[in-house]
Design a binder for this molecule. Structure first.
Ligand code: ADP
Length: 277
C-alpha cells in the first residue's frame, strides 16, 4: 500500500528524515515509534502531500505523493495531532460542514452510520466543547472516515488521554483494521505501538533504527530484563529467558525486579537513549 525509498527531508541544516525506505502492506496497522523530533510527523506530512520530500520518493497505492497528488488525495485521510474541530458547533454540524467540503455522497446517512460506529450517536446534537478529550479524539477519527479513505494516518491519536480512555481508542483503531483500512500510526507511547501495531518502525533523529513485529523486535534484545536497584542506581540486564533471569536475580543481594522486555528496551539498546523523557 505504501512504499518509500530513501525518503529524506531537510529544513536548512536540520535533518528531519534521512533516507527512509519501508513498505507497508494493505490492511496493516503500522506504527512509527520514536521520541520527539524523530521525524514521525515529517513522514506523515510527506505521505499526506502536505510537505515535499527533499530526496527519495514515496508511493501510496501506486501513486507518487508528489506527482500524482490529485489521484492520491481521495484515497487517504489524516487525523491530526491537534484537535482542530469547531468546538462551538455540535458533533453533527462538524461532520456536516466537513462532509460538504469533501462532497461526501449521502452525507446525512454516512454521518449517522459513523456516529454509531464511534459510539457518539447519542451526543450528535451536543456542542463539541462539552465533550471529553476521548470523545473529541473519537470524533476526529469519525470525521476522517467520512470520505471512505483506504488509508488513514493517525498522528499521536491518544496524546494526553488517561490510560483507560486510551484503551477505548485502541479498540476503535483495531476496528479500522477489521474494516479493511490501512493505518499508519505515530506514537511516542511504547505500549501503544506494542499493543496496536502489526509492525513497528523505530525512528530516532530522522533515521530508521529497526523495523519488525513488536514481538520480533523484543525477542532480538532478549525477552526479559533484570533490573537491579542499588541505592539510587538501577542497572539493566537483558537475558534470553526466565531461567536465566532467575539465576541472575538470585545472585544479587540488592532489590531486583524481573520483567518482560519491551520496545523501550529495544530503543535503549539501539540508541543508548531512553524513549520516554
Ligand atoms: P516528531 O514528529 O517525531 O516529533 P518531527 O517530524 O516533527 O518529529 O521533526 C523532526 C525534526 O525536524 C525536528 O528536529 C524538528 O525540529 C524539525 N522540523 C520539523 N518541522 C520543521 C519545520 N517546519 N522547520 C524546521 N524544522 C522542522
Amino acid at each position: 500500500m505504501i512504499v518509500t525509498h530513501e525518503l529524506s527531508k531537510y529544513y536548512g541544516k536540520t535533518t528531519a528524515l534521512e533516507k527512509l525506505s519501508l513498505s507497508i502492506g494493505e490492511g496493516e496497522i503500522f506504527g512509527l515509534l520514536g521520541p520527539n523530533g524523530a521525524g514521525k510527523t515529517t513522514t506523515i506530512k510527506i505521505l499526506t502531500t502536505l510537505a515535499f520530500p527533499s530526496g527519495g520518493w514515496a508511493r501510496i497505492a501506486g501513486y507518487d505523493v508528489v506527482h500524482d497528488r490529485p489521484r492520491l488525495k481521495p484515497l487517504i485521510a489524516v487525523c491530526p495531532q491537534e484537535i482542530n474541530l469547531d468546538k462551538e458547533l455540535t458533533a453533527f454540524e462538524n461532520l456536516w460542514f466537513y462532509g460538504r467540503l469533501y462532497r461526501v455522497p449521502e452525507l446525512s446517512r454516512r454521518i449517522g452510520e459513523l456516529l454509531e460506529w464511534g459510539q457518539l450517536a447519542d451526543r450528535a446534537g451536543d456542542r463539541v466543547k462539552h465533550f471529553s478529550g476521548g470523545m473529541q479524539r473519537r470524533l476526529l477519527i469519525v470525521r476522517a472516515l467520512l470520505s471512505r479513505p483506504r488509508m488513514l494516518f493517525l498522528d499521536e491519536p491518544t496524546v494526553g488521554l488517561d490510560p483507560q480512555i486510551r484503551r477505548q481508542l485502541w479498540d476503535l483503531i483495531r476496528q479500522l483494521k477489521a474494516d479493511g483500512i490501512t493505518v499508519l500510526l505515530t506514537t511516542h507511547y511504547i505500549e501503544e505501538a506494542e499493543m496496536l501495531s502489526d509492525r513497528v518502525a523505530i525512528l530516532n533523529r530522522g533515521r530508521l533504527m529497526a523495523l519488525d513485529t513488536p514481538a520480533a523486535l523484543v525477542a532480538q534484545v532478549g525477552g526479559y530484563v533484570v533490573e537491579t536497584i542499588n541505592g539510587h542506581h538501577t542497572s539493566y540486564h537483558l537475558v534470553q529467558n526466565k531461567e536465566e533471569a532467575y539465576r541472575r536475580a538470585r545472585a544479587q543481594a540488592a532489590g531486583v525486579l524481573i520483567r518482560q522486555a519491551n520496545l523501550e528496551d529495544v530503543f535503549i539498546q539501539l540508541t543508548g537513549e531512553r524513549l520516554s523523557p
